[in-house]
Design a protein around this ligand. Structure first.
Ligand SMILES: Nc1ncnc2c1ncn2[C@@H]1O[C@H](COP(=O)(O)OP(=O)(O)OP(=O)(O)O)[C@@H](O)[C@H]1O
Length: 243
Protein backbone atom coordinates (compact mmCIF):
# COMPACT_ATOMS: atom_id res chain seq x y z
CA UNK A 1 0.00 0.00 0.00
CA UNK A 2 1.24 3.53 -0.80
CA UNK A 3 2.37 5.71 2.07
CA UNK A 4 0.67 9.11 2.32
CA UNK A 5 3.35 11.81 2.34
CA UNK A 6 1.03 14.78 2.10
CA UNK A 7 -2.68 15.20 2.80
CA UNK A 8 -4.37 18.41 1.67
CA UNK A 9 -7.90 18.71 2.98
CA UNK A 10 -10.47 21.40 2.18
CA UNK A 11 -7.73 23.96 1.66
CA UNK A 12 -8.67 27.53 0.76
CA UNK A 13 -6.81 30.81 0.34
CA UNK A 14 -8.59 34.15 0.13
CA UNK A 15 -7.29 37.47 -1.13
CA UNK A 16 -7.30 40.62 0.98
CA UNK A 17 -10.71 41.56 -0.44
CA UNK A 18 -12.17 38.28 0.83
CA UNK A 19 -12.41 36.67 -2.63
CA UNK A 20 -11.13 33.08 -2.69
CA UNK A 21 -8.27 32.29 -5.09
CA UNK A 22 -8.53 28.57 -4.37
CA UNK A 23 -11.03 26.64 -2.25
CA UNK A 24 -12.16 23.11 -1.35
CA UNK A 25 -8.80 21.67 -2.48
CA UNK A 26 -8.48 18.08 -1.30
CA UNK A 27 -5.93 15.50 -2.46
CA UNK A 28 -3.31 13.12 -1.14
CA UNK A 29 0.26 12.71 -2.38
CA UNK A 30 1.78 9.29 -1.85
CA UNK A 31 5.38 8.16 -1.75
CA UNK A 32 6.66 7.79 -5.31
CA UNK A 33 4.18 10.24 -6.82
CA UNK A 34 5.16 12.92 -9.29
CA UNK A 35 1.98 14.97 -9.28
CA UNK A 36 1.78 17.37 -12.19
CA UNK A 37 -0.21 20.46 -11.27
CA UNK A 38 -1.59 22.43 -14.13
CA UNK A 39 -4.16 25.06 -14.94
CA UNK A 40 -4.39 28.29 -16.91
CA UNK A 41 -2.28 31.27 -15.89
CA UNK A 42 -3.72 32.83 -12.73
CA UNK A 43 -5.68 29.71 -11.75
CA UNK A 44 -3.89 29.43 -8.40
CA UNK A 45 -1.07 26.90 -8.82
CA UNK A 46 1.61 29.01 -7.14
CA UNK A 47 -0.86 30.02 -4.45
CA UNK A 48 -1.54 26.35 -3.69
CA UNK A 49 2.16 25.42 -3.57
CA UNK A 50 2.86 28.31 -1.20
CA UNK A 51 0.01 27.21 1.08
CA UNK A 52 1.41 23.68 1.15
CA UNK A 53 4.87 25.09 1.95
CA UNK A 54 3.33 27.18 4.72
CA UNK A 55 4.40 30.38 2.99
CA UNK A 56 0.76 31.53 2.52
CA UNK A 57 -2.03 31.69 5.05
CA UNK A 58 -4.80 29.16 4.40
CA UNK A 59 -7.83 27.52 5.92
CA UNK A 60 -8.23 23.76 5.92
CA UNK A 61 -5.53 21.22 6.66
CA UNK A 62 -2.10 20.28 5.34
CA UNK A 63 -0.60 17.18 6.90
CA UNK A 64 2.95 16.01 6.19
CA UNK A 65 3.34 12.33 7.15
CA UNK A 66 0.25 12.65 9.33
CA UNK A 67 1.15 15.84 11.20
CA UNK A 68 0.61 19.57 10.59
CA UNK A 69 3.60 21.84 9.80
CA UNK A 70 3.65 23.18 13.37
CA UNK A 71 4.49 19.70 14.63
CA UNK A 72 7.90 19.92 12.92
CA UNK A 73 8.48 23.63 13.56
CA UNK A 74 7.85 25.83 10.54
CA UNK A 75 11.50 26.42 9.44
CA UNK A 76 12.25 22.69 9.59
CA UNK A 77 8.96 21.85 7.86
CA UNK A 78 9.92 24.18 5.02
CA UNK A 79 13.17 22.30 4.51
CA UNK A 80 11.24 19.01 4.35
CA UNK A 81 8.45 20.30 2.11
CA UNK A 82 10.65 22.50 -0.02
CA UNK A 83 9.17 25.13 -2.32
CA UNK A 84 11.30 25.84 -5.37
CA UNK A 85 10.11 29.23 -6.63
CA UNK A 86 9.54 30.10 -10.25
CA UNK A 87 11.54 33.32 -9.83
CA UNK A 88 14.43 32.77 -7.42
CA UNK A 89 15.76 36.19 -8.49
CA UNK A 90 13.51 37.61 -5.77
CA UNK A 91 15.48 35.82 -3.05
CA UNK A 92 18.08 37.75 -1.03
CA UNK A 93 21.86 37.17 -1.20
CA UNK A 94 23.41 34.25 -3.09
CA UNK A 95 22.59 30.59 -3.79
CA UNK A 96 25.44 29.60 -1.46
CA UNK A 97 23.86 31.64 1.36
CA UNK A 98 20.52 29.94 0.68
CA UNK A 99 22.08 26.48 1.00
CA UNK A 100 23.83 27.39 4.24
CA UNK A 101 20.61 28.82 5.69
CA UNK A 102 18.63 25.68 4.89
CA UNK A 103 21.40 23.45 6.22
CA UNK A 104 21.62 25.44 9.44
CA UNK A 105 18.10 24.27 10.30
CA UNK A 106 19.14 20.68 9.72
CA UNK A 107 22.32 21.16 11.78
CA UNK A 108 20.30 22.83 14.53
CA UNK A 109 18.00 19.81 14.71
CA UNK A 110 20.91 17.35 14.73
CA UNK A 111 22.63 19.22 17.52
CA UNK A 112 19.48 18.92 19.57
CA UNK A 113 19.54 15.19 18.98
CA UNK A 114 23.16 15.18 20.14
CA UNK A 115 24.57 13.70 16.95
CA UNK A 116 27.13 16.47 16.39
CA UNK A 117 27.98 18.45 13.27
CA UNK A 118 27.40 17.33 9.70
CA UNK A 119 31.03 17.61 8.65
CA UNK A 120 34.35 18.95 9.81
CA UNK A 121 34.60 21.13 6.68
CA UNK A 122 32.42 24.24 6.85
CA UNK A 123 31.56 24.27 3.15
CA UNK A 124 31.13 20.49 2.67
CA UNK A 125 27.37 21.00 2.35
CA UNK A 126 28.02 22.71 -0.99
CA UNK A 127 29.64 19.65 -2.58
CA UNK A 128 26.51 17.85 -3.73
CA UNK A 129 24.60 20.96 -4.89
CA UNK A 130 27.68 21.98 -6.91
CA UNK A 131 27.87 18.50 -8.42
CA UNK A 132 24.18 18.46 -9.40
CA UNK A 133 24.48 22.04 -10.65
CA UNK A 134 27.33 21.01 -12.94
CA UNK A 135 25.05 18.30 -14.40
CA UNK A 136 22.67 21.14 -15.26
CA UNK A 137 25.48 23.21 -16.84
CA UNK A 138 25.92 25.59 -13.91
CA UNK A 139 29.33 27.23 -13.55
CA UNK A 140 30.51 26.88 -9.89
CA UNK A 141 31.16 30.66 -9.73
CA UNK A 142 27.45 31.37 -10.15
CA UNK A 143 26.76 30.03 -6.65
CA UNK A 144 28.48 33.11 -5.23
CA UNK A 145 26.58 35.65 -7.31
CA UNK A 146 23.45 37.41 -6.01
CA UNK A 147 20.23 35.74 -7.16
CA UNK A 148 19.18 39.01 -8.82
CA UNK A 149 22.33 38.93 -10.99
CA UNK A 150 21.63 35.45 -12.41
CA UNK A 151 19.61 34.85 -15.54
CA UNK A 152 16.15 33.41 -14.91
CA UNK A 153 17.24 30.06 -16.32
CA UNK A 154 20.44 29.96 -14.22
CA UNK A 155 18.42 30.72 -11.10
CA UNK A 156 15.90 27.99 -11.92
CA UNK A 157 18.58 25.37 -12.52
CA UNK A 158 20.38 26.27 -9.31
CA UNK A 159 17.15 26.07 -7.31
CA UNK A 160 16.30 22.64 -8.70
CA UNK A 161 19.86 21.48 -8.02
CA UNK A 162 19.48 22.65 -4.41
CA UNK A 163 16.17 20.85 -4.00
CA UNK A 164 17.53 17.62 -5.42
CA UNK A 165 20.90 17.72 -3.73
CA UNK A 166 20.42 19.06 -0.22
CA UNK A 167 19.12 15.87 1.30
CA UNK A 168 16.62 17.73 3.50
CA UNK A 169 13.61 17.79 1.18
CA UNK A 170 11.15 14.90 1.31
CA UNK A 171 8.61 16.63 -0.91
CA UNK A 172 9.72 18.98 -3.67
CA UNK A 173 7.27 21.65 -4.80
CA UNK A 174 8.59 22.64 -8.22
CA UNK A 175 6.96 25.80 -9.59
CA UNK A 176 7.48 25.75 -13.36
CA UNK A 177 11.12 24.76 -12.83
CA UNK A 178 12.08 24.74 -16.51
CA UNK A 179 9.90 27.55 -17.89
CA UNK A 180 12.95 29.64 -18.87
CA UNK A 181 15.10 26.80 -20.19
CA UNK A 182 15.81 25.67 -23.73
CA UNK A 183 14.42 22.25 -24.76
CA UNK A 184 17.74 20.44 -24.37
CA UNK A 185 18.43 21.79 -20.88
CA UNK A 186 14.81 21.14 -19.92
CA UNK A 187 15.21 17.47 -20.79
CA UNK A 188 18.51 17.30 -18.86
CA UNK A 189 16.88 18.79 -15.76
CA UNK A 190 13.87 16.46 -16.01
CA UNK A 191 16.03 13.40 -16.53
CA UNK A 192 18.51 14.07 -13.77
CA UNK A 193 15.85 15.18 -11.28
CA UNK A 194 13.76 12.06 -11.85
CA UNK A 195 16.73 9.71 -11.84
CA UNK A 196 17.86 11.16 -8.49
CA UNK A 197 14.30 10.91 -7.19
CA UNK A 198 14.05 7.23 -8.14
CA UNK A 199 17.20 6.26 -6.22
CA UNK A 200 16.33 4.41 -2.99
CA UNK A 201 18.71 6.64 -0.99
CA UNK A 202 17.05 9.85 -2.20
CA UNK A 203 15.57 12.01 0.57
CA UNK A 204 12.89 13.17 -1.88
CA UNK A 205 9.90 10.83 -1.76
CA UNK A 206 7.33 12.81 -3.77
CA UNK A 207 7.22 15.76 -6.14
CA UNK A 208 4.53 18.25 -7.10
CA UNK A 209 5.55 19.71 -10.45
CA UNK A 210 3.79 22.75 -11.95
CA UNK A 211 3.98 23.02 -15.71
CA UNK A 212 2.14 24.60 -18.62
CA UNK A 213 3.68 22.08 -21.00
CA UNK A 214 1.50 19.13 -21.97
CA UNK A 215 4.61 17.33 -23.23
CA UNK A 216 6.40 17.82 -19.93
CA UNK A 217 3.34 16.67 -18.01
CA UNK A 218 3.32 13.48 -20.04
CA UNK A 219 7.06 12.96 -19.56
CA UNK A 220 7.35 13.53 -15.82
CA UNK A 221 3.95 12.96 -14.22
CA UNK A 222 2.59 9.85 -12.60
CA UNK A 223 -0.61 11.78 -11.80
CA UNK A 224 -2.14 14.99 -13.09
CA UNK A 225 -4.21 17.45 -11.07
CA UNK A 226 -5.77 20.42 -12.81
CA UNK A 227 -6.89 23.62 -11.09
CA UNK A 228 -9.86 25.36 -12.66
CA UNK A 229 -12.17 27.96 -11.14
CA UNK A 230 -10.19 27.66 -7.91
CA UNK A 231 -10.93 23.94 -7.49
CA UNK A 232 -8.67 20.94 -8.03
CA UNK A 233 -9.63 17.98 -10.19
CA UNK A 234 -7.56 14.85 -10.80
CA UNK A 235 -7.46 13.34 -14.25
CA UNK A 236 -8.53 9.73 -14.25
CA UNK A 237 -5.89 8.39 -16.61
CA UNK A 238 -2.45 9.70 -15.83
CA UNK A 239 0.67 9.10 -17.88
CA UNK A 240 3.16 6.68 -16.44
CA UNK A 241 6.12 7.06 -18.80
CA UNK A 242 9.12 8.29 -16.88
CA UNK A 243 12.19 9.90 -18.33
N1 LIG B 1 -0.95 38.51 -2.87
C1 LIG B 1 -1.94 38.53 -3.76
N2 LIG B 1 -2.92 39.45 -3.68
C2 LIG B 1 -3.93 39.49 -4.57
N3 LIG B 1 -4.04 38.61 -5.57
C3 LIG B 1 -3.10 37.68 -5.70
C4 LIG B 1 -2.01 37.57 -4.80
N4 LIG B 1 -1.23 36.53 -5.19
C5 LIG B 1 -1.81 36.03 -6.27
N5 LIG B 1 -2.93 36.70 -6.58
C6 LIG B 1 -3.84 36.39 -7.68
O1 LIG B 1 -4.29 35.08 -7.48
C7 LIG B 1 -4.46 34.44 -8.74
C8 LIG B 1 -3.65 33.15 -8.74
O2 LIG B 1 -2.25 33.48 -8.82
P1 LIG B 1 -1.16 32.33 -8.91
O3 LIG B 1 0.17 32.99 -9.01
O4 LIG B 1 -1.36 31.37 -7.83
O5 LIG B 1 -1.56 31.67 -10.30
P2 LIG B 1 -0.78 30.60 -11.18
O6 LIG B 1 -1.78 29.56 -11.56
O7 LIG B 1 0.43 30.11 -10.47
O8 LIG B 1 -0.39 31.49 -12.42
P3 LIG B 1 0.82 31.35 -13.52
O9 LIG B 1 0.54 30.09 -14.29
O10 LIG B 1 0.65 32.60 -14.34
O11 LIG B 1 2.12 31.32 -12.77
C9 LIG B 1 -4.06 35.44 -9.80
O12 LIG B 1 -5.22 36.06 -10.30
C10 LIG B 1 -3.19 36.43 -9.04
O13 LIG B 1 -3.28 37.71 -9.63
Amino acid sequence: MSTAMLEVEDLAHVKGDGQPIISEITFTVNEGDVVVLRGVSGSGKTTLLKCIAHLNLYSGHVLFKGYPPTHYGIPTYRTKVLYIPQRPSLLPLTPRDFVLTVMSFKAHKRQHRGSGSVSGRSDAWMDHPLEVGSQFGIDPNLWNRNWAELSVGEGQRIMVAIGVALGTAEILLLDEPTSALDPETTLAVEKYTLSMFRKPESSVKAIIWVTHSEEQAQRVGTRIITIASGKACEELSAPIDLV
